[in-house]
Write a protein that binds this ligand. Structure first.
Ligand code: MF3
Ligand code: CO
Ligand code: CO
Length: 289
C-alpha cells in the first residue's frame, strides 16, 4: 500500500513513523482488502489543516443548535427556526449548506414527529405542545463543512416520545464508541441496529451517515444497520457523520410529493441525532454535535 508514506504517522495509532512501526498495518489492510473490505481513498484522510477548518465550522454548527433550543415552543413556525439558523450562520461568517443543495429550498431541515428527515421549514407549520422535532444544521465555514442535528421537545411530550428520543441518542453514542482505526463502517451499523432492536425500535435504511470535509456528502456511506457487507475500513483523518434515524414502528418510509420530506409509512414517530467526527489514533473526536 504505497499511500502510507514512510514518514507519515502510522495508522495503527502507535505515534511512530510508519517506517519505524512494526505493527504490520499494511499487511492487515491488504488482508482485509482481500476479504472485500473497502480501503478508503487517500483523499479521504484529511490533513490537520482541513480538520482544523472543520473544527471551526463545527463550533458554529453546535452553537446554533444550542441557541435553537430557546426557540422551541408552541406556536413557533418552522420558518422562524429556518430564519434564525440562516441569519446566525451568516453572522458567524458561514454559509448554510442546505440552501439550494440539489434544489433544497431552505437553510435547515426541520423534521417533526413522523417526519424522518429533510422536513422543509414552512410559515404554515407551527410547533404544538407534545411535538418532537429534529433540527439539522450544516455549516460551510471558509469552505469546510460540519453537519449535526438534535431533537427538541415542544413543551411536555409523552413518556414514549421521550424514550424514543433518548434511545436514539444512545444509538448514536454506541455507534460512535465503535469508531477507531481499522474498525469498519458496517461495525457501526451493527452496533446501532442491535441497540435499536433491543429497545423495540427499527432503523431507517433509506438514509445514512456520510463523509464530508470540503463537500457536503462523500465517502464513506455509513449505514446504521447490518448490511451484511464488509463496508469501508476506518483510518485516522477520515471525517464523517453518524446520524441514525430510529422509528417507533416499522422502518419503512416514503418521500412526500415535495420530493424531500421523508416520513414513516405507518405514521409513527421517528427520531434522529447527528454528529460530525474525525477518526483519531485511538478512537474518534467529535467535530460537531
Ligand atoms: N443535513 C442532512 C444530512 O445530515 C442533509 C440535508 S440535505 C438538504 O446529511 F438538502 F436537505 F439540506
Ligand atoms: Co449528515
Ligand atoms: Co445533517
Amino acid at each position: 500500500m504505497k499511500w502510507l508514506e514512510r514518514n507519515d504517522k502510522c495508522w495503527c495509532g502507535s505515534g511512530l513513523k510508519a517506517k519505524k512501526c512494526n505493527c504490520g498495518i499494511e499487511t492487515k489492510l491488504a488482508q482485509m482488502a482481500a476479504k472485500g473490505y473497502m480501503i478508503p481513498d487517500k483523499s479521504l484522510l484529511k490533513s490537520e489543516e482541513t480538520i482544523e477548518g472543520m473544527r471551526a465550522s463545527g463550533k458554529v454548527t453546535s452553537m446554533i443548535l444550542d441557541e435553537v433550543a430557546a426557540l422551541i415552543k408552541p406556536d413557533v413556525s418552522t420558518e422562524e427556526i429556518n430564519t434564525f439558523v440562516h441569519n446566525r450562520t451568516l453572522e458567524m461568517g458561514g454559509v448554510p449548506a442546505p440552501l439550494n443543495y440539489h434544489g433544497f429550498p431552505k437553510s435547515t431541515c426541520t423534521s417533526i414527529n413522523e417526519v424522518i428527515c429533510h422536513g422543509i421549514p414552512s410559515p404554515d407549520r407551527f410547533l404544538k405542545e407534545g411535538d418532537i422535532i429534529n433540527v439539522d444544521v450544516t455549516t460551510i465555514l471558509n469552505g469546510y463543512y460540519s453537519d449535526a442535528s438534535r431533537m427538541y421537545f415542544v413543551g411536555e411530550v409523552s413518556e414514549s416520545a421521550k424514550r424514543l428520543v433518548e434511545k436514539t441518542k444512545e444509538c448514536l453514542e454506541i455507534g460512535l464508541s465503535v469508531v477507531k482505526p481499522l474498525a469498519t463502517t458496517n461495525e457501526i451499523g451493527i452496533a446501532i441496529e442491535n441497540y435499536a432492536l433491543q429497545n423495540g425500535y427499527s432503523v431507517v435504511e433509506d438514509f445514512g451517515g456520510h463523509g464530508l470535509g470540503k463537500v457536503f456528502h462523500e465517502d464513506p456511506f455509513v449505514f446504521h444497520f447490518d448490511t451484511g457487507e464488509p463496508g469501508m475500513i476506518l483510518l485516522p483523518g477520515m471525517t464523517f457523520t453518524i446520524e441514525p434515524m430510529i422509528n417507533e414502528g416499522e422502518f419503512d418510509c416514503k418521500v412526500l410529493s415535495d420530493n424531500w420530506t421523508a416520513v414513516t409509512l405507518d405514521g409513527k414517530l421517528s427520531a434522529q441525532w447527528e454528529y460530525t467526527l474525525v477518526v483519531t489514533a485511538d478512537g474518534a473526536e467529535i467535530i460537531a454535535k
